[in-house]
Design a protein around this ligand. Sequence first.
Ligand code: NAP
Length: 253
Amino acid sequence: MILDNFKLNGKVAMVTGCNTGLGQGMALGLAEAGATIVAVNRDNAEDTEKKLKEIGNPYFMLKADLSSIDVIPNLVQEALASASKIDILVNNAGIIRRDDSLVFSEKDWDDVMNVNSKVLFFLSQAVANHYIARKVRGKIINICSMLSFQGGIRVPSYTASKSAAAGLTRLMANEWAQYNINVNAIAPGYMDTDNTAPIMADPERAKAILSRIPAGSWGLASDLQGPIVFLASDASNYLHGAIIPVDGGWLAR
Ligand code: NAP
């Protein structure tokens, strides 16, 4: 039955940056669909842990600072020691820095590129090698952005990193589809989270953004739950290299 293909029972999903925001919403959606969650955060993630406990599947809370690729071998080892395997990787952890391009600093460039694209690539590489060694189907889902398609304003490293994430989604899909690894992405639109709090707090920008969203509202973390479960499940086994906008129609405008 087709709805059975969406079930994630028996699957292990590693979700990075899920103490709050979109990552938390996706981790809870995957757990509700049956997955065991390996939650990766810099710090304790009590709120997510409490919500995962309520859902009732097994889960594991791991700590890693994803600003450097140095942590990746240990992180994958810890995930395998806890959950025995990984079937789904959600590269969600991300940061943004805002400043005029004319004065944008190298630090704000490097910090953002490291988390949003360098770690995304090398963690995907490590997990893809795990999938290939196990000879099983695996899923990798990258969290892109509207700025994977558009230029944005005052966020040069964010735009570069999310455009890189989109390109890498396609590249990894091209190389790894032959191993039954599905690499796809979700590109959220303007979502109500900590990441967008500064622009939501700016009445002029908030009004301009809202007036351009055909759906007439900012997105919520729960809006990503259907798409993430689809991309994590057998229902999307022939989907490779897709970047799905979940944006209330922003890109269609
Ligand atoms: P958020 O609330 O700021 O969440 C970002 C997550 O990434 C947090 O869990 C954060 O952990 C984690 N993170 C950042 N740096 C990390 C590091 N060095 N190591 C480990 N974890 C780290 O923002 P969000 O809106 O939910 O964003 C989630 C993803 O969606 C990001 O990739 C973002 O770029 C993308 N996105 C968001 C929007 C939007 O409108 N909100 C739109 C498009 C794309 P801490 O709490 O410890 O910092």
